[in-house]
Design a protein around this ligand. Structure first.
Ligand SMILES: [Zn+2]
Length: 104
């Protein structure tokens, strides 16, 4: 199953999978986020594990921009890796359905 969208602070980003992705300097990329079009672009032949890493990475870029905190590439990398580990180790922490307002 592939994710088709992710909501980042109220903005829904479409996740699109492409055969080849290039950055502004024509460099090959595994992913990129387009704020104007509200799209996250992912290289489509990555292993599913790496696709998830790239989606988290681009989502943290999206958070950084939306919150105006201007994280560096290294900070985005570190936080997205840590966040993915946290979610993996504690899925119940991130499934808030039925929990909010009920934690006592
Ligand atoms: Zn990045």
């Amino acid at each position: 199953m592939r994710l088709e969208k992710v909501k980042i602070l109220g903005i829904v980003y479409k996740i699109l999978y492409h055969h080849e992705l290039k950055g502004d300097k024509n460099e090959l990329l595994n992913g990129r986020i387009d704020y104007d079009k509200a799209e996250i672009l992912i290289k489509n032949d990555l292993e599913s594990q790496n696709i998830l890493n790239v989606i988290y990475h681009e989502a943290v870029h999206g958070l950084s921009t939306a919150m105006g905190i201007d994280l560096s590439e290294k900070q985005v990398e570190t936080i997205s890796n840590g966040l993915l580990c946290l979610v993996r180790d504690n899925p119940e922490l991130f499934d808030l359905r039925g929990l909010e307002g009920g934690l006592k």
